[in-house]
Write a protein that binds this ligand. Structure first.
Ligand SMILES: [Zn+2]
Length: 278
């Protein structure tokens, strides 16, 4: 883990320190070698969070986008089960950064444990062919809204194991294909069993989860709700979504995917209350 509790404070591993685990409170010793990123390890075998995986630079880079007080947070359910979330934002979203391959049972267990507040960020560069296959599937996908780039994926995702693996989550899943490209936001499967995905600026993702708002004054949750409503209107053209604030953008049927995909939205603005920024 990146942090242990030393003298009551979350502290990074340094030689000579001893600390206590943020999860199980057992003694931790610092590991400051040359190969792995600096971290804390349990002094002895114990019943800590079996979901925790060894961290990579990719994990650390993601976690560093958020304040220390939001990183490695013990989350306890009503029945007493607890796990350590990578990041718990001040808006109560759980961000899990997933680098290693996760078996379906474990993924489902985490979805069940954290519920709809869970947002996955998946390392899309972990497996060699994932990006090539992802790009191939986009070529046969259909853009549903011109002003806002949401793409309907083919009904069978067998050609893209990465998307297929993550297609049953109850919250949005973001794929990270490296700093040169936007994140890709896969929305939860609709009631008609279809999947939609769109590019999402990394900077905006980070800012929204640090309490900033979109240019339309939306929080992250509100933005995802709007995207789901756009999809609902697209799938159910006869039914109107009852809206109280902003209207969804005008949509066109089956336009071609432009060569340079724009993001789902463009820039963020300052929060309503400055104190929410950190
Ligand atoms: Zn522990």
């Amino acid at each position: 883990m990146r942090f242990a509790i030393v003298n009551g404070e979350k502290t990074e591993a340094e030689k000579g320190l001893t600390g206590a685990c943020v999860g199980c409170e057992q003694p931790m010793i610092p590991k400051c070698g040359q190969i792995k990123v600096k971290h804390w390890a349990h002094k002895s075998q114990c019943e800590c969070d079996h979901w925790w995986e060894n961290e990579t630079e990719w994990h650390r880079a993601w976690k560093n986008n958020f304040p220390i007080e939001c990183q490695e947070i013990r989350h306890r359910a009503d029945d007493g089960e607890w796990h350590i979330a990578d990041v718990k934002t001040k808006q109560d979203h759980i961000l899990e950064f997933q680098h290693s391959i996760l078996n379906p049972e474990e993924r489902q267990a985490r979805n069940n444990f954290y519920g709809s507040n869970l947002i996955w960020v998946v390392d899309g560069l972990k497996k060699k062919n994932d990006l090539v296959r992802f790009n191939s599937i986009l070529k046969v996908a259909k853009l549903i809204a011109q002003g806002i780039n949401l793409i309907q994926l083919p009904s069978l995702l067998d050609d893209c194991p990465l998307l297929k693996e993550w297609s049953e989550c109850s919250g949005p899943v973001f794929f990270d294909f490296g700093m040169e490209t936007p994140l890709w936001c896969l929305l939860p499967k609709t009631s008609k069993g279809r999947h939609y995905i769109g590019p999402f600026a990394r900077k905006n993702f980070i800012e929204l989860h640090n309490g900033l708002l979109t240019q339309n004054g939306q929080t992250f949750s509100e933005l995802i709700k709007v995207l789901k409503e756009i999809v609902f209107s697209y799938e159910n053209p006869q039914q109107q979504v009852v809206r109280h604030q902003s209207r969804p953008p005008v949509m066109q049927r089956q336009p071609a995917i432009p060569s340079s995909l724009r993001y789902l939205f463009y820039s963020n603005r300052s929060p309503r209350r400055r104190s929410r920024r950190f």
